[in-house]
Design a protein around this ligand. Structure first.
Ligand code: IMP
Ligand code: MG
Length: 174
């Protein structure tokens, strides 16, 4: 597998979109008791850029970890590897994902969080691949909607590689 020669989403377009999302989110969550819940590991760069750009920022930052993938094909089995320290009950939770693909991971995460009875639960995703959906899911805040490509960079990995890239690239057959 190799990277596409040009990025699917250049770094400056990502940073521009992060600022727009941060503006919307800071207006929607002003004055609320809110938790920004980063889905590790892929959403970490996106979450931190958002967290820095949300101003005023009412969010407490926390992390959750789900693991679903080996290579480019979903195994279907999802395990929660890390659960939040913060009490989510009666608080406004904004879950931050790197990518919405089949919707299976989000389904597991949403059920886990709903069981804690939050005041609200919304989803922010950097990327959405709606053509791949198996379990219905829609995000409340979406960075970019893309076609059915396997993508890497800006947190997204292929077997733990490419997470540090500043842009998003397609991964192609050699
Ligand atoms: P889902 O459960 O099928 O929606 O997959 C969600 C998870 O699979 C994401 O949080 C990613 O970790 C991973 N994933 C899905 N599509 C891609 C991709 O194109 N590149 C890298 N990881 C992906
Ligand atoms: Mg992954």
């Amino acid at each position: 597998m190799k990277l596409s020669s040009t990025p699917l989403i250049p770094a400056d377009a990502i940073q521009q979109r992060v600022l727009e999302l941060a503006r919307d989110i800071s207006m929607d969550y002003a004055q609320l008791d809110a938790v920004l819940l980063c889905v590790l590991k892929g959403a970490a760069p996106f979450t931190m850029d958002l967290f820095h750009a949300i101003d005023p920022n009412p969010f407490t930052l926390d992390f959750i970890r789900a693991q679903s993938y080996a290579g480019t094909a979903s195994s279907g089995a999802i395990t929660l590897r890390y659960t939040p320290d913060e009490v989510l009950t009666h608080r406004h939770v904004l879950l931050v994902e790197d990518i919405l693909d089949t919707g299976r991971t989000l389904d597991v995460l949403v059920k886990h969080i709903q069981a804690e009875n939050p005041a609200s639960l919304k989803i922010c995703t950097l990327l959405d691949k709606p053509l791949r959906r198996i379990i219905p899911a829609t995000a409340d805040y979406t960075g970019f909607t893309i076609d059915d490509h396997f993508v890497v960079g800006y947190g997204l990995d292929y077997n733990e590689q490419y997470r540090a890239l500043h842009a998003v690239y397609c991964l192609e057959e050699e």
